[in-house]
Design a protein around this ligand. Sequence first.
Ligand code: PLP
Length: 375
Amino acid sequence: MTVGYLRPTRILVDQNAIYENIQNELKDLKGTDAVIFPVLKANAYGHGMIPVAEAAQAAGAAGFCVAILDEALALRRANFMEPILVLGITQPTEIELVIANQISITVGSLEWLQAAYEIVQQIPYPQPMHIHLSVDSGMGRIGFRDATELLAAATFIKAHAKYFDLEGIFTHFATADDPDDTYFKEQSARFNELVAVLPERPRFVHVSNSATSLWHSACNENLIRMGISMYGLNPSGNAIPELPYALKPALSLESELVFVKQVEAGSKIGYGATYEASESEWIGTIPIGYADGWSRRMQGSTVLVDGHRCEIIGRVCMDQLMIRLPKQYPVGTKVVFVGKSGDDEITLQEIADYAGTIHYEIICGLSDRLPRVYS
Ligand code: PLP
Protein backbone atom coordinates (compact mmCIF):
# COMPACT_ATOMS: atom_id res chain seq x y z
CA MET A 1 0.00 0.00 0.00
CA THR A 2 1.34 3.43 -0.91
CA VAL A 3 1.18 5.75 2.09
CA GLY A 4 -0.26 9.21 1.40
CA TYR A 5 2.45 11.35 2.91
CA LEU A 6 1.93 14.09 0.36
CA ARG A 7 -1.72 14.80 1.09
CA PRO A 8 -2.76 16.51 4.30
CA THR A 9 -4.73 13.63 5.83
CA ARG A 10 -3.15 11.88 8.80
CA ILE A 11 -3.71 9.85 11.92
CA LEU A 12 -2.10 11.38 15.00
CA VAL A 13 -1.11 8.90 17.68
CA ASP A 14 -0.28 10.14 21.16
CA GLN A 15 2.26 7.59 22.43
CA ASN A 16 2.16 9.25 25.81
CA ALA A 17 -1.54 8.37 26.13
CA ILE A 18 -0.65 4.72 25.54
CA TYR A 19 2.11 4.98 28.13
CA GLU A 20 -0.24 6.56 30.68
CA ASN A 21 -3.04 4.05 30.12
CA ILE A 22 -0.62 1.19 30.80
CA GLN A 23 0.89 2.92 33.81
CA ASN A 24 -2.60 3.44 35.26
CA GLU A 25 -3.41 -0.22 34.74
CA LEU A 26 -0.12 -1.18 36.42
CA LYS A 27 -1.06 1.02 39.39
CA ASP A 28 -4.38 -0.79 39.54
CA LEU A 29 -2.54 -4.13 39.58
CA LYS A 30 -0.22 -3.09 42.38
CA GLY A 31 0.11 -5.74 45.06
CA THR A 32 -0.74 -8.57 42.64
CA ASP A 33 1.64 -10.71 40.57
CA ALA A 34 -0.10 -9.84 37.30
CA VAL A 35 1.86 -8.60 34.28
CA ILE A 36 0.60 -6.79 31.21
CA PHE A 37 0.85 -8.16 27.68
CA PRO A 38 -0.51 -5.35 25.46
CA VAL A 39 -2.52 -6.59 22.49
CA LEU A 40 -0.86 -5.35 19.30
CA LYS A 41 -2.83 -7.27 16.70
CA ALA A 42 -4.18 -5.64 13.53
CA ASN A 43 -1.41 -3.06 13.43
CA ALA A 44 -2.05 -2.22 17.09
CA TYR A 45 -5.76 -1.63 16.41
CA GLY A 46 -4.78 0.68 13.57
CA HIS A 47 -2.39 2.78 15.68
CA GLY A 48 0.82 1.27 14.21
CA MET A 49 2.39 -1.78 15.81
CA ILE A 50 6.00 -0.78 16.35
CA PRO A 51 5.52 2.71 17.84
CA VAL A 52 2.79 1.34 20.13
CA ALA A 53 5.08 -1.53 21.16
CA GLU A 54 7.80 1.03 21.98
CA ALA A 55 5.45 3.08 24.17
CA ALA A 56 4.14 -0.07 25.84
CA GLN A 57 7.62 -1.37 26.50
CA ALA A 58 8.63 1.93 28.08
CA ALA A 59 5.50 1.80 30.25
CA GLY A 60 6.39 -1.61 31.63
CA ALA A 61 4.77 -4.22 29.39
CA ALA A 62 6.17 -7.68 30.17
CA GLY A 63 5.31 -9.22 26.78
CA PHE A 64 2.92 -8.81 23.86
CA CYS A 65 -0.09 -10.50 22.33
CA VAL A 66 -0.81 -10.61 18.61
CA ALA A 67 -3.38 -12.46 16.52
CA ILE A 68 -1.21 -14.13 13.89
CA LEU A 69 2.31 -15.43 13.51
CA ASP A 70 3.28 -12.81 10.92
CA GLU A 71 2.62 -10.07 13.51
CA ALA A 72 4.81 -11.86 16.05
CA LEU A 73 7.62 -12.16 13.51
CA ALA A 74 7.34 -8.46 12.65
CA LEU A 75 7.90 -7.65 16.33
CA ARG A 76 10.93 -9.94 16.47
CA ARG A 77 12.32 -8.33 13.32
CA ALA A 78 12.01 -5.00 15.12
CA ASN A 79 14.08 -6.48 17.96
CA PHE A 80 11.41 -6.90 20.60
CA MET A 81 12.75 -9.78 22.67
CA GLU A 82 9.89 -10.03 25.21
CA PRO A 83 7.59 -13.05 25.17
CA ILE A 84 5.06 -12.79 22.33
CA LEU A 85 1.85 -14.81 22.39
CA VAL A 86 -0.07 -15.51 19.18
CA LEU A 87 -3.73 -15.63 20.20
CA GLY A 88 -5.08 -17.28 17.05
CA ILE A 89 -4.37 -20.77 15.77
CA THR A 90 -0.98 -21.15 14.08
CA GLN A 91 -0.59 -23.77 11.34
CA PRO A 92 1.45 -26.77 12.58
CA THR A 93 3.42 -26.46 9.32
CA GLU A 94 4.87 -23.14 10.59
CA ILE A 95 6.35 -24.46 13.80
CA GLU A 96 9.95 -24.23 12.65
CA LEU A 97 9.46 -20.43 12.50
CA VAL A 98 7.71 -20.50 15.86
CA ILE A 99 10.62 -22.30 17.49
CA ALA A 100 13.39 -20.35 15.77
CA ASN A 101 11.83 -17.08 16.93
CA GLN A 102 10.76 -18.28 20.38
CA ILE A 103 7.14 -17.32 19.85
CA SER A 104 4.48 -18.57 22.28
CA ILE A 105 1.48 -20.09 20.57
CA THR A 106 -2.10 -20.93 21.35
CA VAL A 107 -3.20 -24.54 21.16
CA GLY A 108 -6.87 -25.49 21.27
CA SER A 109 -6.94 -29.24 20.61
CA LEU A 110 -5.07 -32.48 21.17
CA GLU A 111 -5.25 -33.07 17.44
CA TRP A 112 -3.12 -29.97 16.83
CA LEU A 113 -0.46 -31.19 19.25
CA GLN A 114 -0.35 -34.58 17.58
CA ALA A 115 0.05 -32.99 14.15
CA ALA A 116 2.77 -30.68 15.48
CA TYR A 117 4.55 -33.63 17.09
CA GLU A 118 4.87 -35.35 13.70
CA ILE A 119 6.40 -32.19 12.20
CA VAL A 120 8.63 -31.12 15.07
CA GLN A 121 10.48 -34.43 15.06
CA GLN A 122 11.79 -33.58 11.62
CA ILE A 123 13.24 -30.23 12.67
CA PRO A 124 17.04 -30.49 13.01
CA TYR A 125 17.53 -28.52 16.26
CA PRO A 126 14.21 -28.38 18.06
CA GLN A 127 13.76 -26.43 21.27
CA PRO A 128 10.59 -26.71 23.31
CA MET A 129 7.87 -24.51 21.88
CA HIS A 130 5.95 -22.42 24.41
CA ILE A 131 2.32 -23.35 24.49
CA HIS A 132 -0.72 -21.65 25.97
CA LEU A 133 -3.73 -23.92 26.09
CA SER A 134 -6.89 -22.10 25.11
CA VAL A 135 -10.02 -23.05 27.03
CA ASP A 136 -13.39 -22.40 25.44
CA SER A 137 -15.37 -21.58 28.54
CA GLY A 138 -18.24 -20.10 26.56
CA MET A 139 -16.91 -17.81 23.83
CA GLY A 140 -17.43 -20.60 21.28
CA ARG A 141 -14.44 -19.60 19.17
CA ILE A 142 -11.34 -21.74 19.80
CA GLY A 143 -10.15 -23.94 22.63
CA PHE A 144 -10.74 -27.01 24.75
CA ARG A 145 -14.31 -27.51 25.88
CA ASP A 146 -13.80 -30.88 27.45
CA ALA A 147 -11.85 -31.69 30.64
CA THR A 148 -10.69 -35.11 29.42
CA GLU A 149 -9.21 -33.71 26.23
CA LEU A 150 -7.58 -30.85 28.12
CA LEU A 151 -5.93 -33.23 30.54
CA ALA A 152 -4.83 -35.46 27.64
CA ALA A 153 -3.21 -32.41 26.00
CA ALA A 154 -1.37 -31.41 29.19
CA THR A 155 -0.20 -35.03 29.60
CA PHE A 156 0.94 -35.17 25.96
CA ILE A 157 2.94 -31.95 26.44
CA LYS A 158 4.61 -33.28 29.57
CA ALA A 159 5.40 -36.60 27.89
CA HIS A 160 7.13 -34.74 25.04
CA ALA A 161 8.95 -32.07 27.04
CA LYS A 162 11.78 -32.10 24.51
CA TYR A 163 9.38 -30.40 22.09
CA PHE A 164 6.66 -28.75 24.14
CA ASP A 165 6.58 -26.46 27.16
CA LEU A 166 3.26 -25.66 28.85
CA GLU A 167 3.73 -21.94 29.49
CA GLY A 168 0.13 -20.89 29.97
CA ILE A 169 -3.57 -21.60 29.98
CA PHE A 170 -6.24 -19.04 29.21
CA THR A 171 -9.78 -18.23 28.27
CA HIS A 172 -11.58 -15.31 26.67
CA PHE A 173 -14.84 -13.84 27.95
CA ALA A 174 -17.74 -13.07 25.65
CA THR A 175 -19.52 -10.58 27.92
CA ALA A 176 -16.94 -8.97 30.21
CA ASP A 177 -18.13 -5.58 28.90
CA ASP A 178 -21.80 -6.27 29.69
CA PRO A 179 -23.41 -4.72 32.78
CA ASP A 180 -25.16 -8.06 33.32
CA ASP A 181 -22.46 -10.40 34.66
CA THR A 182 -24.49 -13.64 34.67
CA TYR A 183 -22.78 -15.20 31.67
CA PHE A 184 -19.39 -13.84 32.72
CA LYS A 185 -19.71 -15.70 36.02
CA GLU A 186 -20.72 -18.92 34.23
CA GLN A 187 -17.66 -18.67 31.98
CA SER A 188 -15.39 -17.90 34.89
CA ALA A 189 -16.65 -20.92 36.83
CA ARG A 190 -16.25 -23.18 33.78
CA PHE A 191 -12.68 -21.99 33.27
CA ASN A 192 -11.78 -22.63 36.90
CA GLU A 193 -13.32 -26.10 36.65
CA LEU A 194 -11.21 -26.92 33.59
CA VAL A 195 -7.97 -25.46 34.98
CA ALA A 196 -8.46 -27.60 38.07
CA VAL A 197 -8.01 -30.80 36.03
CA LEU A 198 -4.36 -29.91 35.33
CA PRO A 199 -1.88 -31.58 37.68
CA GLU A 200 -0.06 -28.24 38.00
CA ARG A 201 -0.80 -24.65 37.06
CA PRO A 202 1.43 -23.31 34.28
CA ARG A 203 3.41 -20.11 34.74
CA PHE A 204 0.71 -17.95 33.14
CA VAL A 205 -2.99 -18.34 33.80
CA HIS A 206 -4.95 -15.61 32.08
CA VAL A 207 -8.50 -14.49 31.44
CA SER A 208 -8.39 -10.71 31.29
CA ASN A 209 -9.03 -8.59 28.27
CA SER A 210 -9.50 -4.87 28.97
CA ALA A 211 -13.09 -5.21 30.16
CA THR A 212 -12.21 -7.98 32.60
CA SER A 213 -9.32 -6.07 34.10
CA LEU A 214 -11.42 -2.89 34.39
CA TRP A 215 -14.63 -4.34 35.83
CA HIS A 216 -13.85 -7.84 37.10
CA SER A 217 -10.32 -7.39 38.40
CA ALA A 218 -10.92 -9.92 41.19
CA CYS A 219 -10.76 -12.57 38.43
CA ASN A 220 -7.55 -11.23 36.91
CA GLU A 221 -5.15 -14.18 37.39
CA ASN A 222 -1.55 -13.27 36.48
CA LEU A 223 -1.45 -11.90 32.94
CA ILE A 224 -3.57 -9.10 31.46
CA ARG A 225 -4.15 -9.05 27.71
CA MET A 226 -4.68 -5.31 27.56
CA GLY A 227 -6.16 -4.21 24.26
CA ILE A 228 -8.69 -1.44 23.72
CA SER A 229 -8.18 0.25 27.09
CA MET A 230 -4.48 0.73 26.28
CA TYR A 231 -5.65 2.77 23.28
CA GLY A 232 -7.78 4.83 25.66
CA LEU A 233 -11.21 3.55 24.67
CA ASN A 234 -13.94 2.15 26.90
CA PRO A 235 -14.45 -1.52 25.92
CA SER A 236 -18.18 -1.32 26.61
CA GLY A 237 -18.79 1.70 24.41
CA ASN A 238 -21.34 3.55 26.52
CA ALA A 239 -22.74 0.54 28.37
CA ILE A 240 -20.54 0.90 31.48
CA PRO A 241 -19.34 4.49 31.85
CA GLU A 242 -17.71 3.97 35.28
CA LEU A 243 -13.98 3.26 35.06
CA PRO A 244 -11.41 2.61 37.81
CA TYR A 245 -9.12 5.19 36.14
CA ALA A 246 -9.53 7.67 33.31
CA LEU A 247 -8.69 6.35 29.84
CA LYS A 248 -6.85 8.70 27.51
CA PRO A 249 -7.66 8.20 23.81
CA ALA A 250 -4.49 7.91 21.75
CA LEU A 251 -5.81 8.42 18.24
CA SER A 252 -7.07 11.43 16.36
CA LEU A 253 -7.68 11.89 12.65
CA GLU A 254 -7.28 15.16 10.77
CA SER A 255 -7.20 16.53 7.28
CA GLU A 256 -7.53 19.89 5.53
CA LEU A 257 -9.83 21.59 3.09
CA VAL A 258 -8.23 21.16 -0.34
CA PHE A 259 -11.00 22.78 -2.40
CA VAL A 260 -13.62 25.35 -1.39
CA LYS A 261 -16.43 26.76 -3.51
CA GLN A 262 -19.76 28.52 -3.25
CA VAL A 263 -22.64 26.80 -5.05
CA GLU A 264 -26.07 28.07 -6.04
CA ALA A 265 -29.34 26.72 -4.65
CA GLY A 266 -30.22 23.55 -6.57
CA SER A 267 -26.60 22.49 -7.18
CA LYS A 268 -26.02 18.75 -6.80
CA ILE A 269 -23.09 17.23 -4.90
CA GLY A 270 -21.43 13.82 -5.24
CA TYR A 271 -22.09 10.44 -6.89
CA GLY A 272 -25.74 9.78 -7.53
CA ALA A 273 -26.35 13.54 -7.19
CA THR A 274 -28.07 12.72 -3.90
CA TYR A 275 -27.47 16.08 -2.23
CA GLU A 276 -29.00 19.30 -3.50
CA ALA A 277 -28.08 22.68 -2.03
CA SER A 278 -31.22 24.33 -0.68
CA GLU A 279 -29.68 27.79 -0.85
CA SER A 280 -26.35 29.33 -1.77
CA GLU A 281 -23.82 27.23 0.21
CA TRP A 282 -20.10 27.02 0.86
CA ILE A 283 -18.82 23.51 0.13
CA GLY A 284 -15.44 22.11 1.16
CA THR A 285 -13.75 19.03 -0.27
CA ILE A 286 -11.46 16.89 1.88
CA PRO A 287 -9.01 14.24 0.67
CA ILE A 288 -10.25 11.20 2.58
CA GLY A 289 -12.72 8.54 1.54
CA TYR A 290 -13.83 4.98 1.97
CA ALA A 291 -10.49 3.66 0.71
CA ASP A 292 -9.01 5.24 3.84
CA GLY A 293 -11.59 3.55 6.05
CA TRP A 294 -14.01 6.49 6.21
CA SER A 295 -17.05 4.51 5.21
CA ARG A 296 -19.90 5.54 2.93
CA ARG A 297 -22.10 5.07 6.01
CA MET A 298 -20.59 8.32 7.35
CA GLN A 299 -22.66 10.42 4.91
CA GLY A 300 -24.70 12.83 7.05
CA SER A 301 -22.31 12.71 10.02
CA THR A 302 -20.27 15.73 11.02
CA VAL A 303 -16.63 16.82 11.13
CA LEU A 304 -15.16 19.82 12.95
CA VAL A 305 -13.88 22.92 11.19
CA ASP A 306 -12.73 25.77 13.41
CA GLY A 307 -14.86 24.33 16.24
CA HIS A 308 -17.99 24.14 14.03
CA ARG A 309 -19.88 20.94 13.21
CA CYS A 310 -20.03 20.55 9.42
CA GLU A 311 -22.12 17.85 7.74
CA ILE A 312 -20.69 15.37 5.24
CA ILE A 313 -22.99 15.91 2.29
CA GLY A 314 -23.53 13.62 -0.68
CA ARG A 315 -21.95 10.20 -0.91
CA VAL A 316 -18.49 9.58 0.48
CA CYS A 317 -16.21 8.86 -2.51
CA MET A 318 -13.24 6.47 -2.52
CA ASP A 319 -10.66 9.22 -1.87
CA GLN A 320 -12.61 12.44 -1.20
CA LEU A 321 -15.72 13.72 0.49
CA MET A 322 -17.60 16.99 0.65
CA ILE A 323 -18.87 18.99 3.63
CA ARG A 324 -21.13 22.01 4.01
CA LEU A 325 -19.28 24.92 5.61
CA PRO A 326 -20.96 27.64 7.71
CA LYS A 327 -19.02 30.29 5.75
CA GLN A 328 -16.05 30.60 3.44
CA TYR A 329 -12.87 29.05 4.83
CA PRO A 330 -9.51 29.07 3.05
CA VAL A 331 -7.99 26.00 1.48
CA GLY A 332 -5.63 24.53 4.07
CA THR A 333 -8.07 24.94 7.00
CA LYS A 334 -7.84 22.02 9.42
CA VAL A 335 -10.69 19.50 9.46
CA VAL A 336 -11.03 17.16 12.44
CA PHE A 337 -12.66 13.76 11.97
CA VAL A 338 -11.67 12.36 15.38
CA GLY A 339 -10.44 14.67 18.13
CA LYS A 340 -10.90 18.20 19.41
CA SER A 341 -11.49 21.47 17.64
CA GLY A 342 -12.44 24.60 19.57
CA ASP A 343 -14.72 23.55 22.44
CA ASP A 344 -16.04 20.51 20.64
CA GLU A 345 -14.77 16.96 20.25
CA ILE A 346 -15.65 14.03 18.01
CA THR A 347 -14.97 10.75 19.78
CA LEU A 348 -14.52 7.35 18.21
CA GLN A 349 -17.60 6.27 20.15
CA GLU A 350 -19.64 8.94 18.36
CA ILE A 351 -18.33 7.70 14.99
CA ALA A 352 -19.06 4.08 15.89
CA ASP A 353 -22.59 4.93 17.03
CA TYR A 354 -23.23 6.77 13.78
CA ALA A 355 -21.85 3.92 11.66
CA GLY A 356 -23.80 1.34 13.65
CA THR A 357 -20.71 -0.51 14.83
CA ILE A 358 -18.10 -0.52 17.61
CA HIS A 359 -15.05 1.73 17.86
CA TYR A 360 -12.81 -1.33 17.49
CA GLU A 361 -14.02 -1.73 13.90
CA ILE A 362 -13.55 1.96 13.07
CA ILE A 363 -9.90 2.09 14.19
CA CYS A 364 -8.97 -1.29 12.67
CA GLY A 365 -10.55 -0.16 9.40
CA LEU A 366 -8.36 2.95 9.02
CA SER A 367 -6.29 1.99 6.03
CA ASP A 368 -2.53 1.85 5.63
CA ARG A 369 -2.79 4.70 3.11
CA LEU A 370 -3.19 7.09 6.08
CA PRO A 371 0.18 8.13 7.49
CA ARG A 372 0.51 7.70 11.26
CA VAL A 373 2.25 10.60 12.97
CA TYR A 374 3.54 9.99 16.51
CA SER A 375 4.07 12.36 19.39
N1 PLP B 1 -7.58 -11.53 24.36
C1 PLP B 1 -8.06 -12.10 23.25
C2 PLP B 1 -8.04 -13.58 23.12
C3 PLP B 1 -8.59 -11.31 22.23
O1 PLP B 1 -9.08 -11.87 21.13
C4 PLP B 1 -8.59 -9.90 22.40
C5 PLP B 1 -9.14 -9.00 21.38
O2 PLP B 1 -10.09 -9.23 20.73
C6 PLP B 1 -8.08 -9.36 23.57
C7 PLP B 1 -7.57 -10.20 24.53
C8 PLP B 1 -8.08 -7.88 23.81
O3 PLP B 1 -9.39 -7.44 23.96
P1 PLP B 1 -9.70 -5.91 24.32
O4 PLP B 1 -9.22 -5.12 23.17
O5 PLP B 1 -11.17 -5.88 24.45
O6 PLP B 1 -8.95 -5.63 25.57
